[in-house]
Design a protein around this ligand. Sequence first.
Ligand code: AP5
Length: 213
Amino acid sequence: MKMIFLGAPGAGKGTQAEIVSAKLGIPAISTGAIIREAIKAGTETGLAAKKFTDAGALVPDEVVIGIIKERLAKADCAKGFILDGFPRTVPQAEALDKMGVKMDLVLSLEVADEAIVERMSGRRVCDKCGASYHVAFNPSEDGVNCDKCKTPLSIRRDDAPEVVKSRLNVYHETTEPLKDFYAEKGILKLVQGCEKVEDTTKSTLAALNVSEE
Ligand code: AP5
């Protein structure tokens, strides 16, 4: 199954994509995570992307499309995949079509802007393995270190309140129109993402017709 998780920054795409990925045994591909890795490694792509992510702006289409082309060519994508955070513009969605990638389903996680701001301010991430937590809604076991690799958790640079505001504006202006793009193709499903993580997972699995067992 090839699917896209759409939604505002902080809507819970990464959280749900990881859960569904583990359940279905297909990779969750986050362009944001790939970009953060490239920035950390100091690659040419990372250096080019940093000024955009720091400002809460989108990285240019050609850069992100190149990243996705390379990632989808890997063997682990053969049985399906979840795209988390791609496409984010109509040209990116058109590029997927041109690559001959036929998506089965697009899930849009719907969360109000006010809840998004609260989520981002409490998010803590593991720089080593990429796991994501929330101080109140999804804390790590000891509240300080990653459960998976025990690395001390940190705050993402782009979770600063003024950057979150820009990211939300970009989402509404540039990414939200993709809902119409995929609704016209008949593959869009809306999922309420404002409930607790476990309840959102239930709605997500129901939208995917996957049993909870
Ligand atoms: P990216 O990393 O993709 O950021 P984003 O889309 O802004 O999404 P987030 O990762 O912030 O949130 P999420 O929806 O995954 O939520 P999460 O599950 O973490 O992209 C970063 C940057 O890279 C972009 O700004 C851009 O510059 C660049 N980029 C990436 N892709 C690009 C593209 N295609 N084109 C151009 N540029 C691109 O949850 C958030 C928090 O809420 C966590 O703390 C979590 O624990 C908590 N939480 C999750 N679910 C719930 C729930 N149900 N209830 C309560 N809390 C919850």
